[in-house]
Design a protein around this ligand. Structure first.
Ligand code: ASP
Length: 594
């Protein structure tokens, strides 16, 4: 039995019916959250995306036929009710916006019935994520996830408004593009018309937005879908959305300024949070030295201390060999963790090994001042004192040390710092600590490829004062690149771009491109730059991450309507799937059976 809504027009969403509507006749439509028959009276909770409204059916108001129909209501039936708004007879429900009112039904239509859903449609579902994603269209009915998507929509709309007011134009760039494999792996799309040739899906609109600057559009933005075929780590999606922008005739400060004001507006208007401006800045070097991370979480301290000098004469082979091999010894002070049982210290050591540490040296200062340590026996009392002092160790503290090459030491202590903060509950979701990380290295050495690769991308401008080092010490050249970091998550990043062809050619050379190869891959860009290119710079945010942190969620899957899972498949549609032989033939593709 599915009735039509002929002649009915919805007058209110559920929570638009308020105490001010008492006495009015309303027409509401939505899903039955639950319906309880208490003898001569039926209480039905009606739900739509705005919330829940209580409906009351009594035969004296709605007539025998409608009452009989109401006895059949089950969860997730879609209904339309015409009725009059009243103050609630029973107790006010403090949990509902509409808790002080109810609608006394005068008529009822069942617009469609529902089978029993595989899980209840309710807040804070404990349903397994796999099941939620298989029935995502039902999962998306749940109020918490609806709130997330509504917030995401508001972020997108407000961003558009703000950027438009700042003189940005919204311009779409293509999603079937030339494959330029640098960075992640491309998703490829076979061409039917050009057998054997492929398009790539964009990893970002990078080259097109730079071309738009060449074309004089001055300020561009786009909410751009991007695709990266990476081995999926916990919280990555093969496709994701960027708030992407590019500006002409600007330097670093101009980009940061407009983005700080965008962030301020989003947090102010959507969360009522006043982000203090200017957002603090920290160079990459300082971030690594103090936090062991290029995306420091500033919600707590526990900063790294370089104790290489303090321990340089200590007769402990682990410290000694790290220092002799050009590494460092650094520590963190986990304040108040000195009483941590041995088993739990060992667990930290194991955790550190997961980040590449060969071991972890520890020193616990008990409340009574007694010192227990994995390496104190190699030190004189004076050396121990000096080390404790350097770490500002007090009774009750636990000092943890890593000794290795800088990169390992940073990774290990950066990760431990976060893990301990997590264990101690120091990571408050409503404490928003923004940070710009600037002056990233231009290049990083890839052991795997045996050459330097671009840390950001090959179009990033080196810092003027470092450029002379490009041949003698390429690793020391810093870039005009910046990341916006929030609570230990990189929300976005960008750079000033190279607009001088001599610098660009040199960059390609350092990155191992022959002039022919550079021409083959990026010829159109290099050519465009020959016809008058303005200095330009830009930035892109991961919209999914922005929405996730603003919504207080732990996963971007909670702010994406139809996300994929770790192996890049969609549990609802079962994509990717094999295709018809005929489709493959048209594309000239033969699949090799493994
Ligand atoms: N296109 C860059 C990225 O996707 C961001 C930028 O430099 O604007 O990371």
């Amino acid at each position: 039995m599915a009735e039509s809504m002929l002649g009915l027009k919805r007058s209110h969403r559920c929570t638009e019916v308020t105490a001010a509507s008492i006495g009015q006749k309303v027409t509401v439509m939505g899903w039955v959250q639950k319906s309880r028959n208490k003898g001569g009276i039926i209480f039905t909770d009606l739900r739509d995306r705005s919330g829940i409204l209580q409906i009351i059916f009594e035969e004296s108001d709605c007539g025998a036929e409608a009452f009989e129909k109401a006895t059949k209501l089950r969860s997730e039936f879609v209904i339309a009710v015409v009725g009059r708004v009243e103050a609630r007879l029973g107790e006010t429900n403090q949990n509902l916006v509409t808790g002080a009112i109810e609608v006394r039904a005068e008529s009822l239509r069942i617009l469609s019935e529902s089978e029993t859903p595989p899980f209840p449609i309710e807040e804070n579902s404990r349903t397994k994520e796999e099941l939620r994603l298989k029935y995502r269209y039902l999962d998306l009915r749940r109020p918490d996830i609806q709130r997330n998507l509504i917030l995401r929509s508001k972020i997108a709309i407000l961003t558009r408004q703000f950027l438009a007011e700042e003189g940005f134009l919204e311009i779409e760039t293509p999603t079937l593009i030339k494959s330029t494999p640098e960075g992640a792996r491309d998703y490829l799309v076979p061409s039917r018309v050009h057998p054997g040739s492929f398009y790539a899906l964009p990893q970002s609109p990078q080259l097109f937005k730079q071309l738009l600057m060449c074309s004089g559009y001055d300020r561009y933005f786009q909410l751009a879908r991007c695709y990266r075929d990476e081995d999926l780590r916990a919280d990555r999606q093969p496709e994701f959305t960027q708030i992407d922008m590019e500006l002409s005739f600007v330097d670093v400060d101009d980009v940061l300024d407009v983005n700080e004001r965008l962030i301020h507006k989003l947090f102010q208007e959507l969360l009522g949070v006043d982000v203090p401006l200017p957002i603090p800045r920290m160079t990459w070097q300082e971030a690594m030295d103090r936090f062991g991370s290029d995306k420091p979480d500033l919600r707590f301290g526990m900063e790294l201390v370089n104790v290489s000098d303090v321990v340089k004469d200590v007769d402990f082979i682990v410290f000694r060999s790290a220092l002799e091999n050009g590494g460092t010894v650094r520590g963190i002070n986990a304040e108040g963790e000195g009483g941590r049982p041995r088993k739990k210290i060992d667990a930290l050591v194991e955790y550190a090994k997961g980040y590449g540490a060969k071991g972890l040296a520890w020193l616990a200062i008990h409340e009574d001042g007694e010192i227990k340590s994995s390496f104190a026996k190699f030190m004189t009392p004076e050396q121990t004192d000096a080390l404790v002092k350097a770490m500002d160790g007090k009774p009750g503290d636990l000092l943890l040390f890593a000794a290795d090459q800088n990169k390992v030491v940073w990774d290990v202590l950066g990760a431990l710092r976060l893990e301990i903060a997590r264990q101690r509950g120091l990571l408050k979701k409503d404490d928003f600590r923004f940070l710009w990380v600037t002056e990233f290295p231009l290049l990083e050495y890839s052991e795997e490829q045996g050459r330097y690769v671009a840390m950001h991308h090959p179009f990033t401008m080196p810092m003027d004062e470092d450029w002379h080092l490009i041949d003698s010490d390429p690793g020391a050249v810093r870039a005009k690149a910046y990341d916006i970091v929030l609570n230990g998550t990189e929300l976005g990043g960008g750079s000033v771009r190279i607009h001088q062809s001599d610098i660009q050619s040199k960059m390609f050379e350092v990155l191992g491109f022959t002039p022919e190869k550079a021409q083959e891959q990026f010829g159109f860009l290099l050519e465009a730059f020959r016809y008058g290119v303005p200095p330009h710079a830009g930035l892109a945010y991961g919209l999914d991450r922005v929405a996730m942190l603003m919504a207080g969620c732990d996963s971007i899957r909670e702010v994406i309507a139809f996300p994929k899972v770790k192996d890049a498949s969609c549990l609802m549609t079962e994509a990717p799937t094999p295709v018809d032989q005929k489709q493959l033939e048209e594309l000239g593709i033969r699949v090799i059976e493994e």
